[in-house]
Design a protein around this ligand. Sequence first.
Ligand code: DC
Length: 247
Amino acid sequence: MPSRTKERNPARLAVRDVNPKHKSKRVIIAIDGPAGAGKSTIARMVAQKLGILYIDTGAMYRALTLKALREGVDCSDERTLSALLKKTRIDLVYAQDGALRVFLDNEDVSADIRKPQITRFVSDVAKVPGVRKQMLLLQRRLGMKSSCILDGRDIGTVVFPHAEKKFFLDANFKERVGRRHKELQLTGQKVSFQDVEKDLSNRDTIDSTRACAPLKKAPDAIYVDTTDMTINEVVETLLGYIESSSR
Ligand code: DC
């Protein structure tokens, strides 16, 4: 018999954690920034080095977008999207090697949520206040469980304004387009440079101008311009800041 709390808000999100190291003192690290700045790659690597969880909040919005498109829901229909999220289960499951799998209602959708169709609509879904309100609660609940790094657009400003460490990763527009284009090619998706350029520009605008929790740097976040940095240099830079403040 479901509890009253579950009836009121059955939307569930769980992280299945297989690493016993994650149970020590809880620390939250926030990484925000625009698409293509390298957040997810960097966040995953830093999390692995520190032995803490990585929570990809963008994947949560992507999973809901996938469900909305499958069910023919209009991605600007706030009421239906919010209701849809309430009856949705999203799981982020980590394998021993740190690879992240995303499950939507128990189905592995890790590849599907990266498809261009999802990328095209996800910013529209993510700007809906009723959706963000629920995601905020889910993300806070996750962050309470164990030390973690969360990446997104509003982690340091809204979700965890008191995070121990906050970073804002950025890179110039052309560089971000180039990285995203390369990433898509590597996963076998045939998208032109111009299409990626259009998509990123569109998402930048929607993510940073929406009324609810827009993308912006928290005043106390450390700004890192990754344009001319290698992945390892960015990882080392972040670890340097994290380790210097934990001494
Ligand atoms: O990081 P990503 O490209 O997977 O994110 C997908 C979309 O979700 C992006 O357009 C912005 C939105 N998003 C958000 O609004 N807030 C977050 N915390 C994470 C992602």
